[in-house]
Design a protein around this ligand. Structure first.
Ligand code: GDP
Length: 385
């Protein structure tokens, strides 16, 4: 499906940059336009692929290109104040050509955390296309303010978008990695999963002899509301195998192997590391997509995987289909779980944020009290004026 991508804040911009690179690499064609919005000039300059005219600086009057720090209330304010600047860039998109908007932001910071929900609300008011969010949760080691920001932004963002796709940095960090190197790797993991999903809905009729290609309306229906997470599993395959087996007449065996492989890839995807870990059985809707060279895609395998997911979730709304990628030497399964409700990480995030908010209020109240007592002279000292 065709998307207008908007990266809000530093993480948002970097991930959109990476999406452009991935779209190019797989020849996906799922990005119609890519925009970056930030209150920090240096962050916009650091981007590589987003066209210069689509890099929008906001909040200049308030923060003079220096960013909002980790103040997401200020992030929301400057987004609100400069919404016309952002709209100016969106006006250059051929909106009638897109199937949806996708706003990407790190939720623990200031600009993206505060601004992304403001933009979502604005877009929903104007356009009929769905507005999706891709929200990145901070690591638990980033500290209280990031957790508090993320919890408040999450609460607001979910309300303003049609669906919030979530990626949890905490579940994906590796010990011993530098923060920057870590983000580069993590960003590639993000775009591979979400990119394959959206590219799947972009296969043109007649592109391939696909058995049952995923349609963008199936993605849209799966993302009707709530919070979503993605699982992905893949396996390298011998791309000459199809030709060989057709020469040796060994098709039957290969078919069975391909079916089994796809069924177990679907299970691995759903039960392995999700972008947002959750209890799979709490999903309300799901979509299974088989990716890879057409000769290795197998309808029976997808169907079995789909049925298995139906049993796991007790949901009647599990869709399935193919995304053929002739140039790839891997077969993969993407499992999109939507409307998930049993998500321990979100509960923990909210709990820690409530505690951080109470501590902040207590500290502020006692600081006010101590300052009053410092200045209190019992009325014996006259102020100057
Ligand atoms: P903003 O520019 O004020 O919106 O804030 P940032 O985007 O710099 O940071 C917000 C949060 O996003 C951080 O707390 C990190 O959890 C996360 N983050 C920052 N950069 C990256 C990145 O490149 N990749 C990922 N996955 N997360 C990032």
């Amino acid at each position: 499906m065709k998307l207008a991508l908007i990266g809000f804040g530093q993480a948002g911009g970097k991930v959109v940059d990476e999406f452009l690179s991935f779209d190019d690499a797989i020849g996906g064609g799922f990005i119609e336009s890519a925009i970056a919005v930030n209150s920090a000039t240096t962050d916009l300059k650091g981007l590589e692929r987003i066209p210069d005219e689509n890099r929008i600086l906001i909040g200049q009057a308030r923060v003079k290109g220096h960013g909002v720090g980790a103040d997401n209330e200020l992030g929301a304010e400057v987004a609100e104040a400069d919404i016309d600047e952002i709209q100016g860039a969106i006006d250059r998109i051929p909106v009638h050509e897109i199937d949806a908007f996708l706003i990407v932001a790190g939720m623990g910071g200031g600009t993206g955390s505060g601004g992304a929900p403001v933009l979502a609300k604005h877009l929903k008011r104007i356009y009929t296309q769905p507005v999706y969010g891709l929200g990145i949760l901070p690591g638990t080691d980033e500290g209280g303010i990031y957790t508090l920001n993320a919890a408040r932004s999450f609460q607001t963002f979910v309300d303003e978008v049609d669906n919030l796709l979530v990626f949890d940095n905490d579940a994906w960090r590796s010990a011993g990695e530098s923060v920057e190197g870590g983000y580069d790797r993590i960003n590639r993991e993000i775009v591979e999963r979400f990119g394959l999903l959206f590219a799947a809905g972009e296969v043109e009729q007649g592109d391939h002899v696909a058995e049952s290609v995923v349609d963008s309306s199936e993605i849209i229906n799966t993302l009707s509301n709530g919070v979503s997470t993605i699982g992905y599993a893949r396996e390298v395959v011998d791309t000459d195998g199809g030709l060989l087996s057709s020469l040796t007449g060994d098709d039957e065996f290969d078919d069975g192997a391909a079916t089994n492989r796809m069924t177990s890839l679907v299970r691995k995807a759903a039960l392995g590391r999700l972008t947002l870990p959750c209890d799979v059985s709490s999903a309300d809707r799901g979509l299974v997509v088989a990716t890879g060279p057409p000769s290795h895609l197998n309808r029976k395998g997808v169907e079995r995987g789909r049925q298995w997911l139906e049993d796991e979730t007790a949901s009647m709304e599990i869709r399935g289909g193919d995304y053929p990628i002739p140039s790839r030497d891997e077969v993969g399964a993407i499992v999109l779980l939507s409307g998930v409700t049993d998500v321990p990480r979100i509960e923990q995030l909210q709990q820690v944020a409530i505690e951080a908010q109470e501590t902040t209020e207590d500290v502020r109240a006692s600081a006010d009290e101590e300052f009053s007592s410092l200045m209190d002279t019992g009325g014996e000292l006259d102020a100057l004026f």
